[in-house]
Design a protein around this ligand. Structure first.
Ligand code: CO
Ligand code: ZN
Length: 365
């Protein structure tokens, strides 16, 4: 059972992180927020050359097993590629975009002088041809209107080629009170989940050294996880990320993948990797022991940081805990707070089970 207090505490974290900006390769704002939050929760916190944040919660001694949890801090975004003479911005995408959802959006442009608002404009339907009404506009045909009338005016506001852009969207609760919507639950819900896990771990004993890693540049190729896993050299790695909940109107039950409100998903596989059988078995055992609802996930597309962690050095057994989310990579992602809180409980309970003995068993075939 997840209490109202737990959901409220998680919502506060999720809102703070999802409203923040951190397009891949430009994770400045979100990194600062996470650093502030994590400093009091771990024994040691540092950043590496790429900008990953690594928070260590020490176990019984230095030689205790190492468990690495990874949640990515970056989000997909847009980036200015050209400013025309009238001050309209052309852009391209960072990460996996669906161009269909872009026209009609309000956006925030991060400039060298701060944040400014813009809109992705388009021709009104009144003057569209019947063909135009049916078309999906390619990103190269779209533009951002920031309300200026010249290139000079845009530049005066600090807009440059290379300025990054995100949706102007804040986290809000939906009518169904435990369902929330926002722009970057992928993967700020994972970030919130790890922070909440650290809070839970502060109340219990654990043998293992727990590394909570907040990774950069996942959306453009799992880059932060790759280098942080190399430096940590963990005995076991767990990625914490959203997964697809396709349990929406008009979709056959066999194509749902996961459902909102049925618990965090323990991943069997996705396109990036197959979870180590003993890792996913332990996740299942722990969920059952602690009465945490869970679902099993087989995903035919997408990958997580686990795929990069798995191939660090001579190899790392990995698994993934996913938070079911509808409409991923859109400004209106939707998830259930119960699943989110339960993901933290599952991770904390899993961390407690990582012992020297279990690692020995893990590596025996
Ligand atoms: Co993503
Ligand atoms: Zn993600």
């Amino acid at each position: 059972m997840v209490t109202e207090e737990e959901k409220a505490a998680f919502f506060t974290l999720l809102k703070k992180f999802s409203d923040a900006i951190g397009v891949s390769g430009h994770e400045f704002e979100i990194r600062k927020l996470i650093m502030e939050e994590v400093n009091d929760l771990a024994d040691k916190v540092w950043t590496d050359r790429m900008g990953n944040i690594i928070a260590l919660k020490k176990g019984v001694d230095e030689n205790a097993p190492k468990v690495m949890f990874a949640a990515h801090i970056d989000e997909i975004g847009l980036i200015v590629s050209h400013i025309d003479n009238r001050g309209f911005l052309r852009f391209t995408g960072i990460g996996g975009w669906n161009e269909r959802i872009l026209p009609g959006q309000r956006v925030i442009v991060m400039t060298s002088k701060g944040k400014i608002r813009g809109v992705i404009g388009m021709k009104p339907p009144h003057i569209m041809t019947p063909e135009e009404k049916k078309q999906v506009l390619e990103m190269s045909k779209l533009f951002i209107d920031i309300g200026v009338s010249s290139k000079e005016e845009a530049e005066k506001l600090g807009v440059k080629v290379g300025s990054v852009i995100v949706f102007d969207r804040e986290v809000a609760r939906l009518g169904g009170s435990d369902k929330v919507t926002g722009k970057a639950f992928d993967d700020r819900v994972g970030v919130a989940s790890l922070i909440y896990m650290l809070k839970l771990l502060n109340k219990v004993e654990h043998e293992a050294n727990v590394y909570a890693v907040f990774t950069v540049q996942e959306e453009i190729g799992l880059k932060g996880a790759r280098v942080s896993a190399f430096s940590i050299n963990p005995d076991v790695g767990i990625a914490v990320d959203v997964t697809i909940a396709n349990d929406i109107a008009g979709v056959d039950e066999k194509d749902w993948i996961t459902q909102l409100g049925k618990g965090p998903a323990i991943k069997i596989m996705d396109r990036g990797n197959i979870s180590h059988p003993k890792v996913r078995e332990l996740l299942i055992r722990v969920a059952e022991k602690e009465n945490i609802p869970y679902q099993l996930e087989v995903l035919t597309g997408g990958a997580t940081d686990a795929a990069a962690i798995q191939l660090a050095r001579e190899g790392v057994p990995v698994g993934t805990v996913s938070i079911p989310t509808r409409y991923i990579h859109s400004p209106i992602e939707v998830l259930d707070l119960n699943d989110a809180v339960n993901s933290s409980k599952l991770l904390a309970a899993f961390a407690k089970e990582i012992t020297r003995e279990w690692v020995k068993e893990l590596n025996a075939w």
